[in-house]
Each structure stands twice: as C-alpha cells, then as structure tokens.
Design a binder for this molecule. Structure first.
Ligand SMILES: Nc1ncnc2c1ncn2[C@@H]1O[C@H](COP(=O)(O)OP(=O)(O)OP(=O)(O)O)[C@@H](O)[C@H]1O
Ligand SMILES: [Mg+2]
Length: 448
C-alpha cells in the first residue's frame, strides 16, 4: 500500500483528500503545520507528498526546497489555488513533480498521484541499476597516471563537451567512456555504443541516422538510428578511425548542426547527444595520409584524454590483480584470494602489449586452472603461455625468435631477482653454467 503525506493549512481540504485517497486504498497522513514537516519526514516513509503552495508560517516553495534537500527522490505535488498558479509552475522548475489546482477533479488528482509514485519507484530502480553498472565498470588504479585520468574524468563528465579518448588497445578507453557517462547528468539516460569498425560501409548512414521502411532495397522496416536512440544521453563512437571518408563527412555535418536526417525522410530532427569517440590509431598520421578529416578531428577533440599503456603504470598491477581475482573467483566460484609474491613479480615483469585486457585474461585463465587458494608463479606462467589468442593478435609482428628471446630474458630476470643477483646460484637453478648466464645477461642488457 502506498503512503502519502498531505500538507495544507486548509483542514477542510485535507478531509476531502483523506476521504478520496483512503477510498482508493492509499494510506494518507495529514499535517496542517508546515514547520514540522521535515521532522515528521525523518520518522516516516512516504511515496509522495501533496503540498499546499501557500501556508501561514512557511510557504510551500521554501518547504519544497527543504524536502528536496532532505530526500531528493521523494516526489512532491504542489497544490495551488487560482491565485498561486504561477508560483506552482515555478515550483516545478525547482523540482516539484507536478501541480494540481485545488478545484481539480478527483480523477486528475488520482492520476497525478499514481504517476508520481510510479516515477519514484522508477527512479529508485534506476539508481540501483546505475550502482550495479558502476560496479561492473569499476576502474581501478592508484598510480599517479591513473589518478590523473580519474581527475580528468570527474572534471569533464558533468560538462557536455565532446571527448576523444586515445590509447593503445586494452588500456581502458571504453571503460573511461562509460565512466564519463555514468558521472554525467545524463547517467540515467541512454548510453549507446557504436563500433565504427563493425558496420559495413553501406549501412553506416542508416545505422547512425535510421531509415524509413522502403527507402532503399533491403529496408523492410523502419529503423531507429543510433543518434536517435542516444537522444538526451551519450553516443560512444568506438574505433572512430575506421569510418570511411564519406561517413566522416556525414558525421561532421551532424556535429555541426545537431540535426539528423533519416534516410527516406526530408525533414530533419534535432538531437541532443553527447559524443565520446575513441581510437587506438594515430589520427594525425591518418590525416596526413588523407584517411581522416582534419575538421572532424578538431570537432571531436574538444577534450583529449590519453589513457596510458600498462607498462607506464606497472605499480597498478597488484591492485588490478586483486580486482580481477575478486571478479573471477566470484564468477567461477573459486575461493582464490591471492597471488604468491613470485607470481606477482612475474606479472610485474611482463611487457603487456595487450595492456589491462591482457592482464585480465591472464588472471581469468589462472583462476580457471588453479587448484589452490593462492595462485603460484607456475600457474601464472602457464596462464601466460595459454594466452595464445592474445599472443597471436598482440605479438603477431614479433618473430618466433624474438618471442623466445623475450621469454628467455624474462625467465632469467625472474631467477636473478629471486636470487638477489647472485650469478652462480642463479646459473645452478637455471641448469646452465656461469659463463652462459653471463653472456645472456649481456645479450639482454639485464640490470643486476
Ligand atoms: N583501470 C581499469 N580497472 C579495471 N579494469 C580495467 C581497467 N582498464 C581496463 N580494464 C578492463 O580491461 C578490459 C579492456 O578495457 P577496454 O575495453 O576499456 O579497453 P579499450 O582501450 O577500449 O581497448 P580496445 O582499443 O582494444 O578497444 C576490459 O575488460 C576492462 O574492464
Ligand atoms: Mg575499446
């Protein structure tokens, strides 16, 4: 049963409200003294408040301010007489849910009350959803480099400025885009992602702007474009460098006018969309080669955010590992809580061409294959070599010999580290003689 509080100095009107709302199965409390409302709210839960605009002692508008400050999720419906209509309208601008005239018929009153209550539960569901999404997209890091990124995110998020996110593959560009959206005033509005690399050239226009049924062969239904879906929210254009020149020209036009044209329609629509774009390519080089429009580049990079590669903030590896261990031990229902020191050392020494995504994959594999509560260096090592897919894609420009050399270097480095640089002991453990070890140390410029 929904609970309503009505506040009015007009006791006669309160009686009418009570009769009507009780009859419709609402629980209703009344207060005729506006000065005790906040205190009352501290001890009682309501789904909606009906509030008179004008009362002796305290007017409804300043009370509205106090109620909103006390509980921003509680919908307030202002009740006004003829003479206070303009004040009631003003109250809506200040955050009241709606207003009712004192003479309004009972149907109108009941509909307004029920809408306000529905909206309240919608907002709290939405908030819950956002906090779940926040967890899912949590960005961790304590290094100066990552703190700098978090700072930038919190500064640009509340603005509507376009953001161009740059950085190598797997560094967290998409996560940063999400974070900007979730920390903006558009957080409860849509977040729409378009992977520009994944749309065939012929479908780009209709994907972006939508089309009317029958406007070209193959257009069997109306299609809503991504810009329209993202209206009032955020549109994330991922892999922006992959757009062909024609699509770039169309995109530029929309960014200039803020209007879209659906294929098959002559009139254009205004859209209110915040644009975030990302790429791992060097756009200035593409501009030089004539593959990316310079004017579009400048439109997109109002704010430019460069996410650092993992090897520029290796000090975050322990906290990232903890984060991923938590995530995957939950997902795979394994009681794994930590890594051994050697395992962590091994991870710190990797080159991470696939950045945080690659680290995440390695931890995931280690969790899946681990038999103990603590993941050992051996298990990390085999997870690293099991990471064949990412090795294929990330190291495809490395020859087998380079790869073996690199692994050999890392292997020796770990053993040296473990033996505090003592060469004879390290050589013994590695099963090679001292002279061979020495040659390798020189070959790989190992620092001991
Ligand atoms: N700071 C971080 N904290 C926790 N997880 C992260 C962080 N950065 C990235 N990740 C995780 O790493 C993976 C890759 O991140 P993301 O997809 O954002 O990278 P990207 O830069 O968009 O990569 P690509 O260029 O390949 O598209 C995701 O699973 C993401 O959750
Ligand atoms: Mg990405």
């Amino acid at each position: 049963m929904y609970r309503i509080l009505a506040v009015d100095d007009d006791e006669r009107f309160l009686e009418i409200l009570v009769d009507l709302l009780k009859y419709k199965n609402y629980e209703i409390d009344t207060l005729s003294n506006p000065t005790i409302v906040i205190e009352h709210l501290a001890n009682h839960e309501y789904d909606c408040i009906l509030l008179d605009v004008k009362m002796p002692g305290m007017d409804g508008i300043s009370l509205l301010d106090n109620i909103i400050a006390f509980n921003p999720g509680l919908p307030v419906i202002m009740i006004s007489g003829q003479s206070t209509l303009s004040i009631a309208v003003n109250a809506i601008k200040k955050g009241a849910y709606d207003f009712l005239e004192k003479g309004a018929d009972s149907d109108r009153l009941l509909i307004t009350v029920q809408n306000a209550i529905d909206k309240k539960s919608w907002i709290s569901e939405r908030k819950l959803l956002i906090s779940e999404i926040m967890d899912q997209y949590e960005m961790v890091g304590e290094s100066a480099a990552m703190r700098n990124i978090f700072n930038q995110i919190s500064m640009v998020a509340p603005t509507d400025a376009k953001v161009l996110i740059l950085g190598e593959t797997g560094t967290g560009k998409e996560l940063a885009a999400r974070a900007i959206h979730l920390n903006s005033k558009r957080a409860t509005k849509p977040y729409i992602k378009v992977n520009c690399a994944a749309i065939p050239d012929t479908l780009i226009e209709s994907t972006f702007f939508g089309h009317r049924k029958g406007s070209f062969s193959g257009a069997y239904n109306d299609q809503v474009g991504k810009f329209e879906m993202a209206n009032e929210g955020t549109l994330f254009l991922d892999e922006i460098a992959e757009l062909n020149m024609q699509a770039q020209a169309k995109l530029l036009r929309v960014l200039q006018d803020g209007e879209i044209e659906k294929i098959g329609e002559t009139k254009s629509y205004k859209v209110d969309v915040r644009i975030i774009a990302a790429t791992n390519k060097q756009l200035p080089q593409l501009i030089e080669k004539g593959q990316f429009r310079e004017d579009l580049y400048h439109r997109l990079r109002v704010i430019e955010m460069l996410i650092p590669p993992l090897n520029k903030h290796v000090e975050d590896i322990p906290i990232l590992c903890r984060h991923f261990l938590g995530k995957f031990s939950d997902r795979y229902n394994k009681p794994i809580t930590q890594l051994t020191e050697q395992a962590l050392n091994l991870l710190m020494l990797q080159r991470w061409p696939g950045n945080i995504r690659m680290l995440e994959n390695v931890i995931e594999k280690a969790v899946i294959f681990s038999r103990n509560n603590v993941i050992s260096a051996q298990e990390i090592n085999s997870a690293l070599t099991k990471d064949a897919d990412s090795i294929m894609s990330d190291l495809s420009n490395l020859s087998l010999k380079d790869y073996i050399d690199q692994k050999e270097k890392e292997f020796i480095e770990i053993f040296l580290l473990k033996n505090e640089g003592k060469k004879q002991e390290t050589a013994d453990l590695l099963g090679i003689d001292r002279a061979t070890l020495w040659k390798k140390i020189q070959k790989y410029h190992l620092d001991i």
